[in-house]
Design a protein around this ligand. Structure first.
Ligand code: FE2
Length: 194
């Protein structure tokens, strides 16, 4: 078996509606029953993961409307014209909580929106399989939307701080491929044989 390195990409975009939506979302979560998820090495302080398919939850429509233009822009970069969100859920991480290395199945891209990220030591880490190393150098801040391929291993490292990290995660399929080469591409070459 040959292991071939392929380039891919991820996207980070600041959501300008963040401040207002953050207040709404934290208030929404406060009014829901707390649901701690302990499974294998994972310990997630509070999540609505069990309802991730339920589109009738109040915040889903509101959040969907906010992020639509951001996903449209990312989709254009991916040479696609349509996208569909399949699951959406929130997660809170208090001290010592963590979400070990995992993939999201069932969609071609994964996304995380950072509602509260008080310390960058608890931002999402990715794993580079060909290089066998953790990628934690991507600049991510509270209020950012982070989109990455669903075939990238990732984790939420143990929270060693006294503060809470809160995120909304979702799975999204991009499809309806448009012209692969854009009219403003200066030049392109066919990849060499490896
Ligand atoms: Fe994840």
């Amino acid at each position: 078996m040959k292991k071939i390195k392929l380039n891919t990409c991820a996207f980070v975009m600041r959501v300008v509606e963040h401040e207002r939506f953050k207040d709404y979302m934290l208030d929404y979560i406060k009014n829901q029953p707390t649901n701690r998820l302990i499974e294998g090495l994972d310990d997630i302080t509070n999540t609505d993961w069990n309802d991730s398919h339920d589109g009738s939850r109040k915040y889903v429509k509101k959040f969907g409307n906010i992020i639509q233009p951001y996903l449209t822009k990312m989709g254009e970069e991916l040479r696609t014209s349509v996208f569909k969100i399949s699951d959406i859920w929130y997660q809170q991480y208090s001290k010592y909580s963590k979400h070990q290395w995992h993939y999201h199945g069932g969609a071609n891209w994964s996304a995380i929106y950072y509602i509260e990220l008080p310390d960058t030591s608890i931002k999402t880490e990715l794993f580079d399989i060909p290089e066998n190393k953790i990628i934690n150098s991507i600049e991510i801040n509270e209020g950012d939307l982070f989109l990455f391929p669903a075939n990238i291993l990732h984790r939420s490292p143990p929270n060693k701080t006294d503060e809470v990290k809160t995120i909304i995660s979702f799975n999204v399929d991009f499809d309806g491929v448009t012209q692969v080469f854009k009219s403003n591409d200066k030049k392109y070459v066919v990849a060499e044989k490896k």
